[in-house]
Design a protein around this ligand. Structure first.
Ligand SMILES: [Zn+2]
Length: 112
């Protein structure tokens, strides 16, 4: 039974075990396939949270009016991560920044 559904980047095998951690806490894996030359590798999880420094940049750009696509291109981050930060941001701020399109209908406000 495999501990994780991690695949070896070299042989694409599932015969992979956890193999300690990097000094920065990143999980290391070891391929157990005897035919594979790769022994230890790291995974870059797509689901890894955005670094705080990147997060700050995303928020800065969002406040400048950039949309998630422009920010993801500018910072070289996956757009889904940028969107996630936007979504978190929109819960904290009002009105939400950039996530919703501008209302195309003018709402008449009764002045008197
Ligand atoms: Zn392998």
């Amino acid at each position: 039974m495999a501990l994780t559904q991690v695949r070896c980047p070299d042989c694409n095998g599932l015969n992979v075990v956890k193999y300690g951690k990097q000094p920065n806490g990143e999980q290391r894996y070891s391929c157990q396939d005897p035919r594979c030359s790769r022994t230890i590798f790291l995974l870059n999880y797509r689901s890894q949270p955005v670094l705080q420094s990147s997060r700050t940049r995303i928020i800065e750009l969002a406040l400048d009016g950039y949309d998630p696509q422009a920010i993801s291109e500018s910072l070289g981050l996956p757009e889904e991560e940028v969107t996630r930060v936007f979504q978190q941001l929109s819960r904290l701020t009002a009105p939400p920044v950039g996530v919703r399109s501008r209302p195309d209908k003018r709402t008449k406000v009764a002045a008197s």
